[in-house]
Design a protein around this ligand. Structure first.
Ligand code: CA
Length: 526
């Protein structure tokens, strides 16, 4: 706490270069470093600290066990680019301008890395960026092009395009350690964003994990969902039954000339050829390990001639096997980074954050992918470790948002800005003083429809700790209400049967949040 108070008194956003220089000189000692690790599409159900029955993630868990685990961390818009833009700006999609993946990020706007840089931090980002425009506010950036590849990625290092050989999760970690070792000036604290591609579709595991073989995993309770009273849920295109036989199931490219799954693509005519191209990017050595694992799976599949639920459950097992192996690489590489910091003696002086850009469906409702305001994709893992501030073993059950991250960081570092953040700082949750935030609930708005992938209809909503109200709009006008206490899997839409007082109260909260955040477009659909 003493360190924290020192920080509060010393850090400010300054105005002139001379003042900036003075601030840097007076504040560089003892400032916490920051490592912000973010994965892409990591579901809480695939992290053992959240009670996963599917996987053991000791290194990710360690961050939460040594610090705080947030059980109810959510996004404002459950899709890759938009979530990243919200983390960076602390503002909703309709304010920062990145509503869906067809948008490009306006990099001229204020972001938390820019503010840290102005306050004497060495700032860097390595890995997935996915915002189309060039990273701004960084002393170092080395990012994947668009979604990036699982193997042998091409990355852009400060404008220079460089081809790498190897597995991307490991390469991103190698580069992160290299930056910490060689680039960060000795007299500066650093903020390094380590952003992995994994475990984004199409889930290509590292060869070392193929040795583990295929396992059989339990089906989620609501795998066979009939979507009663939930027409938007019925009309999506993200069902496991429609996954690509080529790039998702990874049948041998030479045996799949025509893709039969819709896969959420709208047009699937190029998918089989795309899978062939992905396979062709592997080195001869990588292909050898790959074929040794996937050829027998392919042969077995064509011999068995599966159909109906047998085929569907085969697809689920195939998907989960590959997805989890990608997480195993993340876990091991996060462990490698923690060990490095420990060896350098900087672990306890570094705020470590692990999160994902949103959650994901691992067969719940019969789905993969994200987008919906339902719990599995609305929520994501969030753990933080920083012993000077956060008591080890802390568990938090408050609602927090990706929107809150930037203002939280500012308050934690004692940086005062005039930036009109829309999020709320949850520093009081981290340091144990526990001021309630988001008492009026948390607000959500998803936009990518009818363009884009997966046909998830536009919707917005409000969630309190117990109830969730959702309105699907555009080419549908449909309301849903869930009691998360009675119905945590959100199978029973009680909108038409609930106490009218409850509906009124939730709608008042919804309008209140739309007013507060200035979401006039959504208000027009209420
Ligand atoms: Ca994502």
């Amino acid at each position: 706490m003493r360190l924290f108070l020192i920080l509060i008194t010393t850090l400010t956003v300054c105005c002139t270069p001379a003042e900036q220089e003075q601030t840097k000189q007076s504040t560089t000692k003892n400032q916490p470093n920051i490592i912000f690790i973010m994965t892409d599409d990591h579901a809480k159900n695939a992290m053992s600290l959240y009670g996963s029955e599917l996987i053991n993630t000791p290194n990710l868990d360690r961050i939460g066990r040594d610090g705080m685990v947030f059980n109810r961390s959510y996004v404002t818009n459950s899709i890759c680019g938009p979530s990243r833009a919200v983390f960076l700006t602390g503002k909703y999609s309709h304010i920062n301008g990145f509503r869906d993946n067809s948008d490009a990020f306006d990099g001229s706007q204020m972001t938390y890395p820019k503010i840290l840089q102005q306050n004497g931090y060495y700032t860097g980002v390595v890995g997935k960026w996915h915002l189309k425009s060039k990273p701004q506010g960084f002393d170092y950036w080395n990012v994947l092009i668009d979604q990036g590849d699982y193997y042998n990625p091409t990355m852009v290092h400060m404008g220079d395009t460089i081809d790498h050989t190897g597995y991307t999760t490991s390469i991103i970690t190698d580069l992160a350690i290299e930056v910490l070792n060689q680039q960060v000036p000795a007299d500066k604290p650093f903020c390094l964003m380590v952003h992995h591609k994994a475990p984004h579709r199409n889930w290509m595991p590292d060869s070392v994990h193929l040795a583990l073989g295929e396992q059989t995993y339990p089906l989620p309770e609501n795998f066979y969902d009939s979507y009663e009273n939930r027409p938007a849920a019925a009309q999506q295109d993200q069902s496991i039954s429609q996954m690509f036989m080529s790039s998702d199931m990874k049948l041998k490219p030479s045996l799949i000339q025509v893709e039969t799954g819709t896969g959420g693509a709208g047009d699937n005519s190029n998918i089989a050829a795309g899978w062939q191209r992905l396979y062709d990017r592997l080195t001869d050595e990588q292909k050898k390990t790959w074929d040794a694992y996937y050829d027998p799976i392919s042969d077995d599949f064509f011999n068995r001639n599966l159909s109906g639920n047998e085929l569907l459950e085969w697809k689920y097992q195939r998907y989960i096997n590959d997805y989890l192996k990608c997480i195993m690489s993340v876990d091991e590489n996060v462990g490698r980074l923690l060990t490095y910091l420990e060896e350098q003696g900087t672990l306890d002086n570094t705020l470590i954050i692990y999160t994902s850009d949103q959650g994901f469906y691992l067969g719940e409702h019969g789905w993969y992918d994200k987008r919906f305001m339902y719990e599995e994709s609305f929520g994501m893992p969030l753990v933080m470790r920083y012993p000077p501030l956060i008591k080890p073993g802390s568990v938090n059950n408050n609602l927090v948002l990706n929107l809150d991250f930037a203002p939280t960081l500012m308050e934690l570092l004692g940086i005062e800005t005039n930036e009109p953040w829309q999020g709320s700082s949850y520093l009081s949750l981290l340091n144990g003083t526990q001021e309630e935030i988001h008492q009026d609930g948390i607000y959500y708005h998803y936009y990518e429809y009818p363009h884009g992938w997966h046909k998830v209809k536009r919707h917005y909503g409000v969630s309190t700790s117990r109830y969730k109200l959702i309105h699907f709009y555009h080419d549908i006008d449909h309301w849903e209400l869930f009691d998360l206490q009675q119905d945590p899997m959100e199978m029973n839409n009680i909108y038409s049967t609930a106490d009218p007082e409850l509906i009124k109260e939730m709608k008042e909260k919804l309008v209140g949040l739309q007013d507060r955040y200035g979401d006039e477009v959504a208000k027009g659909y209420n």
